[in-house]
Design a protein around this ligand. Structure first.
Ligand code: COA
Ligand code: AMP
Length: 633
């Protein structure tokens, strides 16, 4: 075990040495010329000149090293009642076969491939098959609507889309194929082919000449070899919410990603090759990319793909059953999953029915881990509960209790310390040249260069990359989070500085929802804020001002607005609340006071800014919220 403080300092002072050593864990087909090429800031290149194949490092390599008979992936689906296990040898064969099929329909190195699939093993197989060919995948979460999928098609311009015929949600089958067809209708760019995995629960109709059946394609294909790519070539694009309705295409490279993720398994998560790691997330999110698929496989672990919910599939004991049945050592999920379990089984009675003797650590991320949830999990599971902080852009933890070095004392509400590679500073919101003092809240920024594995840029949008993350605090990456560092160097993440909200661990843009509400024919003006929600952490709440002369039943308007957000963004936005108001509170320059409205809705004290145009509007807003039963207490 290394020394955390020494390694942390070395990672900042000698990044070439630190990450060069870590890179020895990865198999390269060509060595690098430079560990960090910093000749063209802010565009840094990790392992410049090197070549590798990520799929080879995830699969073939382990088979060659004697892990062929070990389980690589376990699919556990309470939704369908199935458990299927794939050894490293089996998974390598399936991926090579599917990659061969993709090659047969014209997918090759550098091509983009969108993957729109539920939590089935084929989703991971599709991702790894793209990596094998050097094609760039972009997974789109199944809860997103056709319009969102179309935006991603137009931005990434895929040659091929791989989709499941349906996803399974409790009590309903979500047919993906019609959503896919509609998205392709809406998009300007048209993929030349689609591959459809027909699930028995629902068979999607096929379009002649464009659509291929997964099984048929694979039955005719020969296994494809791994194609070496540059360390700096993109492995994937993952779209994430920005401050508008247009998502940002976060790019992940091959080399830095493999090095950082493999390193993180040992040092952040304390996991050894051969052990079982379970990230209860979805492949559509960054957690799914990094810790369901890539990191556990790079490290030679067994990963779990769970198709179900923490509650209701069939009950709040389902997580404990999976941990027991598959001898899970570490579980990684979002606090919201634990709030859902706690709500249904407050005394954690169901845990008693299961043998959790292999279970060592619970990791939480994706949203702020509230102390109540942490304490409940600690007391119920009797294992360390580790909060850690990161984002789609970084791909792995920025702040964590790196238990591979030995565990630091836990401070509730803090994800502990900056992780090696991240030089974190708290910057004054009003003056980017000033750092805040210990304990003072400011904008959280990371000094450039960011460590390997983090985003090198946005897809075909270097200017957007600079504008979104680098221009406000020169020389630093702006995380979009606000917080402080205490006297022991512990980080506290308090809130977003932009309009992003976190609903059940899902990152959403209120700006994007406002664009949808503004599109309703009767809406003159609107504002969407994220208010506290006991289960989901935050929930969106919309305020709308109707056009003059519109005289409609408010409940009808609400239903239409809820339907519109579901149709344009997707059910995952969980947009259920919309209130009609006469006016929105604004500053004299016309800026809507969303922060003040949020405080009123959450029952917090607020100060109306001196620049408010008409303070009486706040009283009106308070009355409307009270009538709607908010704050709920
Ligand atoms: N495809 C289609 N629809 C989906 C979907 C998918 N992959 N995932 C979710 N949805 C739908 C749900 O059916 C639901 O629709 P509804 O409004 O018709 O009920 C809606 O999107 C919201 O889903 P969800 O956020 O899952 O809420 P829920 O109320 O069904 O469940 C939790 C609440 C807390 C149990 C659930 O959010 C959860 O398990 N969260 C864990 C979070 C997580 O994994 N985050 C990833 C980062 S670590
Ligand atoms: P995503 O890109 O979906 O992973 O969301 C990233 C955002 O989620 C971060 O910028 C934070 O706002 C929030 N977040 C993630 N993990 C944590 C955490 N441990 N504590 C507080 N906020 C978190």
């Amino acid at each position: 075990m290394g020394n955390f403080e020494e390694d942390y300092q070395r990672s900042l002072q000698d990044p070439d040495g630190f990450w060069g050593d870590a890179a020895a864990e990865i198999s390269w087909s060509k060595p690098w010329d430079k560990v960090l090429n910093d000749s063209n800031p802010p565009f840094y290149k990790w392992f410049d000149g090197a070549e590798l194949n990520t799929c080879y490092n995830c699969l073939d390599r382990h088979v060659e090293d004697g892990r062929g008979d070990q389980d690589a992936l376990i699919y556990d689906s309470p939704m369908t009642g199935q458990v299927k296990k794939y050894t490293y040898s089996e998974l390598t064969d399936l991926v090579a076969r599917f990659a061969g099929g993709l090659a047969d329909i014209g997918v090759s190195k550098g091509d983009r491939v969108i993957i729109y699939m539920p939590m089935v093993p084929e989703a991971a197989i599709a991702m790894l098959a793209c990596a094998r060919l050097g094609a760039i995948h972009s997974v789109v979460f199944g809860g997103f609507a056709p319009k969102e999928l179309a935006t991603r098609i137009d931005d990434s311009k895929p040659v091929c889309i791989i989709a499941g015929s349906c996803g399974l949600e409790p009590g309903r089958i979500v047919e993906y194929k019609p959503l896919l067809d509609e998205a392709i209708e809406l998009s300007t760019h048209k993929p030349s082919s689609c591959v459809v995995l027909q699930r028995p629960e629902c068979v999607g109709s096929m379009i002649e000449g464009r659509d291929h059946d997964w099984e048929e394609l694979v039955s005719k294909s020969a296994p494809a070899d791994c194609v070496p790519v540059a360390a700096t070539d993109p492995l994937y694009i993952l779209y994430t919410s920005g401050t508008t309705g247009i998502p940002k295409g976060v790019v992940r490279d091959n080399g830095g990603h493999a090095v950082a993720l493999k390193w993180s398994m040992k040092y952040v998560y304390g996991i050894d090759p051969g052990e079982v790691f379970w990230a209860a997330s979805d492949v559509g999110w960054v957690v799914g990319h990094s810790y369901i698929v890539y990191a556990p496989l790079l490290h030679g672990c067994t990963t779990i793909m769970f198709e179900g919910k923490p509650v209701g599939t069939p009950d709040a004991g389902t997580f404990w059953r999976v941990i027991q049945d598959h001898k899970v050592k570490a579980l990684f999920t979002a606090p919201t999953a634990f709030r859902a379990i706690k709500q249904q089984d407050p005394k954690a009675e169901l845990i008693k029915d299961y043998d959790l003797s292999n279970f060592v650590t619970l990791f939480l991320a994706g949203e702020r881990a509230d102390p109540d949830t942490i304490i409940w999990a600690q007391e119920s599971l009797k294992v360390p509960v580790i909060d850690h902080w990161w984002q789609t852009e970084t791909g792995w933890a920025i702040g964590a209790n790196c238990i591979g070095y030995g565990m630091k004392p836990v401070k509730l509400g803090s994800p502990t310390l900056p992780v090696p590679g991240y030089d974190i500073r708290i910057i004054d919101e009003e003056d980017a040249s000033t750092e805040m003092k210990t304990g003072e809240i400011g904008v959280i920024a990371v000094k450039l260069p960011l460590p390997p594995g983090t985003l090198p840029t946005l897809w075909h949008n270097d200017d957007g990359f600079i504008k979104s993350y680098l221009s406000e605090v020169p020389g630093y990456y702006k995380t979009g989070d606000a917080g402080y560092i205490d006297e022991d160097g512990y980080l506290f993440i308090m809130a977003r500085t932009d309009d992003i909200i976190n609903v059940a661990g899902h990152r959403l843009s209120t700006g994007g929802m406002e664009e949808v509400l503004a599109g309703h024919r009767d809406v003159a003006e609107c504002a969407v804020i994220g208010i506290q929600d006991k289960l989901k952490g935050q929930a969106p709440l919309g305020f709308v001002v109707l056009n003059a002369g519109v005289n409609r039943d408010y409940e009808d308007v609400r239903k239409e607005l809820v339907g519109l957000v579901r149709e344009k963004i997707g059910p995952v936005a969980a947009f259920k609340m919309a209130l009609v108001v006469d006016r929105l509170p604004k500053t004299r320059s016309g800026k809507i006071l969303r922060g003040v409205m949020r405080k009123i809705a959450d029952g917090e004290e607020y100060n109306a800014p001196a620049t408010i145009d008409d303070p009486a509007i706040l009283t009106e807003i308070t009355t409307v919220l009270k009538d709607a039963g908010l704050p709920t207490g």
